[in-house]
Write a protein that binds this ligand. Structure first.
Ligand code: SMO
Length: 718
């Protein structure tokens, strides 16, 4: 036993520690490129070792609703290796984290950093141990005496909402209705959340944070800790995926930084995988329903829709975004003269929800594309024709939708035509019909999507060095998107230098200009445009005779949202006996505006499609009636593996966006928005010969098998 314990394991730990020890004053923004990340050579929060560092272990509520009857930390505090045990009372004075109120509140949601008095969800942090080792922290957390008097789960309570009304809805000649339920999903970044805080002389603090928004992290920390932001330096080292999970600050993270300042020692917290399931924000979970009215030529005349968005027991900064996007992005790419759309946000005793790759856009696309498919069936128009009749005309762009969104540019019909050709749709449809005649369950699903990329500004500082090399410092960040490749290409082309001479730094609030970060598919369109403008300013100075080195810093503001779009076609077969679905073919047409990094665009579509497929076919967070999380590990929560993802046949269009000088649009979320409705429509089409008209996600074999049984009782047994 002994040699096992101190053998290989110890050696690996020593190696990791030595590689990543940072000394005071040392900058750490040399992010590893994609190849290094793939080889495991990235340096993440947990790789950074500081001497005398305390480790946080949280004790979490095991009840979804209740009053804290007793909370006694004295035994835990006495254990060896334990420096302190804190409860809600110690941090109650800090108050609440800020929320981006894109939707007006009915009643603001107050929440604790550590529970005081009552608990509101399983997994809510109640107490925090600071210990010298993880093991000592875990032992001490178990030694805390916590007694919760459980109470009945309250009904979900509405905390925010918004309504969009426009046009006069005529009496519809035909109307179709649909409900789409999006299961709660776990963003599941490969690297769980992590934060490390080191107090600095003079009251400051350096924070290494696995975040996609380092400046927001600093701003929010400054606000809740009551500190001058100038005293806080946030560094995002390599970040192992984020997908929206890491765009808002968490109570656990605030506590960690507070503890470092309070005890004047380095303190770290790294979430375990279980903690990610329990307390990392979940995505989706929305239910939308709608009714689409149309005339007898198949033209849409009105859309009425309701979005019901549960958000859990606290709100992250971006917590209201999905409910807003899921409503305002309706009616998608279609011209609909009259709308009545409502969104409502409901607090419930579960883990918080937040933005997750797409953040409301997938919810909007899924509802609309279900309605459009039903409209096609109701009018006898094929899925391409019903869409073609209603898509916004390219010559009507920029086009203001009935919810007040401005679609900047695009040729939606051209995309649809390209997909029809690329998929050889007519022959494919004939083949599907022939197989159906032999009893096969096979179908085709079409979906159109829009991807509005973020608004606002981003910054870049570009230095043209005396030796001809170029240094970009960006206010944006990255979590594996190969940002150096796209920003490098932008600078190289603008300045007429080789991309090899360009280097990029990001993710450090001390060395980089103030910025927003990587979210909402905004980084190339907005952050890249900031790089371009800075380069253009450098060129202008050079033309006026200035000599190297020189630096330009730019804050670029977009003229509006750049709307990427596309359409996907999925062919799915369902096994009659087992319900097992198989995607036999998938075709994607994406218009992401001017393409800067073609490989990056392809990779984003593939990755996004895989995550969208996960939503459509496998993933679902489940709670029982008592609010207990049933899917708290990868043993219970299914995610797609490489073998689950079919080959995709990609076609691309490039309609430059007029809202930024690059003409770029977003692509980071494209696949997660387009894939679920295409897959859902394909499954419903496959089962339509049985009379099936609706299905909900995820399309698990069990759910499909059960549906087959419901529509053809006993047939599978014959
Ligand atoms: S859900 Mo994204 O990281 O804005």
């Amino acid at each position: 036993m002994r040699h096992l314990r101190i053998g290989p394991t110890r050696r690996i730990l020593t190696l990791r520690t030595r590689k990543a020890t940072y000394r005071s004053g040392m900058t750490q923004t040399m992010h590893q490129g994609s190849a290094a990340l793939l080889r495991g050579a990235g340096r993440f929060c947990d790789d950074i070792a500081l001497p005398d560092c305390l480790i946080v272990t949280f004790l979490r509520s095991d009840a979804a609703s209740g009053q804290i009857g007793a909370l006694d930390v004295s035994d835990a505090s006495d254990l060896p290796g334990v420096v302190a045990v804190h409860t809600g009372a110690d941090v109650a004075h800090l108050g609440c984290l800020e929320v981006n109120t894109v939707i007006p509140y009915d009643a603001p949601l107050a929440f604790d950093l550590l529970a005081t008095g009552a608990v509101h969800a399983v997994g809510q942090p109640v107490a925090a141990v600071l210990a010298n080792t993880r093991a000592a922290g875990m032992d001490a957390a178990e030694a805390i005496w916590l007694d919760i008097e459980e109470t009945d789960l309250p009904d979900p309570a509405r905390i925010a909402g918004q309504q969009w009304q426009a046009g006069d809805a005529p009496q519809a000649q035909i109307s179709v209705s649909a409900t789409v339920n999006h299961p709660r999903l776990v963003p599941l970044s490969m690297e769980p959340r992590g934060i490390l805080a080191r107090p600095e002389p003079g009251g400051g603090v350096t924070v290494w944070h696995s975040t996609q928004t380092p400046h927001r992290s600093r701003t929010q920390l400054a606000h809740i800790l009551g500190m001058d932001a100038g005293l806080i330096r946030v560094i995002a080292p390599d970040v192992g995926g984020a997908f929206g999970l890491k765009a808002s600050l968490y109570p656990e993270e605030v506590f960690t930084v507070w503890a470092a300042l309070h005890h004047q020692r380095p303190v770290r917290w790294n979430a375990t995988r279980s903690e990610e399931f329990l307390s990392g924000t979940h995505g989706r979970g929305l239910t939308s329903n709608g009714t689409l009215g149309l005339d007898d030529t198949g033209r849409f005349t009105s859309l009425q829709a309701e979005v019901h968005a549960p958000v859990g027991h606290w709100l992250p900064n971006s917590g209201l975004i999905p409910a807003w996007n899921a409503a305002r992005v309706l009616p998608g790419p279609y011209a609909v003269p009259a709308v009545d759309i409502q969104t409502g946000v409901y607090r419930e005793n579960r883990c918080a929800t937040g933005i997750y790759r797409g953040a409301g856009r997938p919810e909007a696309a899924a509802l609309m594309e279900r309605l459009v498919d039903k409209a096609g069936r109701a009018t006898g128009l094929d899925p391409f024709e019903i869409r073609a009749r209603n898509l916004v005309n390219s010559d009507a762009m920029p086009y203001a939708t009935a919810t007040g969104q401005v679609l900047d540019s695009g040729d939606y019909r051209a995309a649809l035509d390209m997909l029809r050709g690329a998929s050889d749709y007519d022959a494919r449809r004939a083949e599907v019909e022939a197989r159906r005649a032999t009893g096969a369950l096979v179908g085709l699903g079409l979906a159109f999507y829009l991807e509005p990329s973020g608004e606002g500004w981003e910054s870049a500082r570009v230095t043209w060095n005396a030796d001809g090399t170029v240094q970009i410092d960006s206010g944006s960040s990255a979590q594996g998107q190969a940002r150096a490749r796209s920003y490098g290409a932008i600078a190289a082309e603008a300045l007429g230098v080789s991309p090899d001479t360009v280097s990029l730094r990001y993710g450090d609030t001390q060395t980089c200009p103030e910025g927003i970060g990587a979210l909402a598919s905004r980084s190339t369109a907005i952050g890249g445009s900031a790089v371009l403008e800075a380069c253009r300013a450098l060129l202008a100075r050079r033309g006026a005779g200035a000599t190297l080195p020189m630096t330009e810093e730019v804050r670029f503001s977009t003229q509006g949202q750049a709307w990427g779009y596309g359409c996907y076609l999925v062919q799915m077969a369902v096994d009659f006996d087992t319900g097992t679905p198989k995607i036999e073919a998938a075709f994607c047409v994406d218009d992401t505006g001017t393409v800067i990094d073609a490989q990056g665009v392809t990779d984003q579509i593939l990755g996004g499609f895989a995550q969208g497929l996960g939503e459509a076919m496998m993933e679902a967070v489940r709670y029982d009636d008592d609010g207990q999380l049933l899917t708290a590990s990868l043993m219970d929560y299914a995610v797609p593996r490489a073998r689950d993802v079919p080959p995709l046949q990609l076609s691309k269009m490039q309609t430059p966006s007029p809202v930024n000088p690059l003409g770029a649009k977003g692509v980071g979320e494209a696949g997660t928005i387009g894939a679920p409705p295409a897959i859902l429509n394909a499954a419903i089409d496959a089962l339509s010969p049985l009379g099936v008209t609706d299905l909900q996600m995820p399309l698990s074999p069990y759910r499909l098998w059960q549906t087959i049984q419901d529509f053809q009782p006993g047939k599978a047994d014959q």
